[in-house]
Design a protein around this ligand. Structure first.
Ligand code: PLP
Length: 348
């Protein structure tokens, strides 16, 4: 029995998925009378009248080259949030199985689990925001199906140490270890995607929402073993990535340099902003960041958050989050935006 035969929920192994018209014939040429589309055109004036490729193969073959994996190892979703949701749906039996998260971390793991009635167990990060291997061990049992590791982490901004991730991957070979690399482009560390062939239990998540600047388009990526990816494709909505998104992503993949330029600009701004913030007396600590966010501890974060809001500078209040007392999370803006923030903070 393969790992994923064991992990994937039994009723899904034998699921007969929806077979779309585009499943049955994938050629581009022909007289298409199979999908009840409007043959004349679309009201929007663009050629949107045809259903898109349900498996987005054109994008995946380009992405596979860029990321160093096989097209069949890639899942594309309506944001990486879709990949998160479907991973839980694929392997966690509601009210029976559980998953482990490492707070403070991205909120969607818990939300998706709560919606699906899957138990969430918490192994808080240490004070320097690294995984606590003992705490993780205490949470894991035979019903644990997924461990979520966010690296670089949100909202703390730091990378998780490579050797700790490897330790987790090796310690729990029968549990899926998801590395959420939403911010990996900003970090001086390689993606875990290239290790997919070394660890059967490894899943990597990335997104076009952050460094690529396409949050509005809603496209995210999941990378894993072919068997697992095939299952995610089986349980997703047939046309989860719309035609327009697919076209724009294909374009964007010809322009990796522009993404890299944006990343460089943001990193320069991050250092400038950290320097300016460190001059302020109300700032108690600036956590070191490997991403496009700074977690900053203030004298009185809630008050500062409100005051900033009144002057229409919006940051994220994380002061109620575990291990983030009195912290605000600040996304790196443009030079002008960051200066506005500093000016408003100087007034306080
Ligand atoms: C922003 C973010 C995502 C991306 O979500 P999308 O649905 O792809 O926009 C995923 N994980 C983390 C940790 C994030 O911060």
């Amino acid at each position: 029995m393969s790992l994923y035969q064991k992990l994937i929920r039994t009723h899904l192994q034998s699921l007969k998925p929806y077979s779309s018209a585009r499943d049955e014939y994938s050629g581009k040429e022909g007289v298409f009378l199979d999908a009840n589309e409007n043959p004349y055109g679309s009201v929007a004036g663009e050629d949107l009248n045809r259903y898109p490729d349900p498996y987005q193969w054109e994008i995946k073959s380009k992405l596979a080259e860029l990321k160093g994996c096989q097209p069949e190892q890639i899942f594309l979703g309506n944001g990486s949030d879709e990949a998160i949701d479907l991973l839980i749906k694929a392997v966690c039996e509601p009210k029976v199985d559980n998953m482990v998260i490492l707070p403070p971390t991205y909120g969607m793991y818990q939300v998706c689990a709560d919606i699906q009635q899957v138990e969430v167990r918490k192994a808080n990060l240490t004070l320097n925001y690294q995984p606590d291997l003992t705490a993780i061990k205490e949470q894991i049992d035979g019903q644990t199906k997924i461990i979520w590791v966010c690296s670089p982490n949100n909202p703390t901004g730091n990378l998780i140490k490579e050797e700790l991730i490897l330790e987790i991957l090796q310690s729990y070979p029968e549990v899926i270890v998801v590395i959420d690399e939403a911010y990996i482009d900003f970090a001086k560390q390689d993606s875990f995607i290239t290790r997919l062939n070394d660890y059967e239990n490894l899943v990597v998540i990335q997104t076009f929402s952050k460094a690529w600047g396409m949050a509005g388009l809603r496209v995210g990526m999941g990378f894993g073993q072919v068997e697992l990816i095939a299952m995610l494709n089986k349980i997703k909505y047939p046309y989860n990535l719309n035609l327009q998104s697919q076209r724009i992503i294909l374009e964007a993949l010809n322009n990796v340099d522009l993404k890299d330029q944006y990343v460089s600009q943001i990193l320069v701004q991050r250092e400038l902003l950290a320097k300016e913030l460190s001059k302020l007396e109300i700032v108690k600590k600036i956590h070191s960041s490997d991403s496009n966010q700074l977690l900053v501890e203030f004298e009185n974060a809630k008050e500062i958050f409100k005051t900033l809001l009144e002057s229409k500078v919006i940051v994220r209040d994380r002061s109620n989050v575990v291990l983030c007392d009195d912290c605000l999370r600040i996304s790196i803006g443009t030079e002008v935006e960051n200066q506005r923030l500093i000016v408003e903070l100087q007034k306080i």
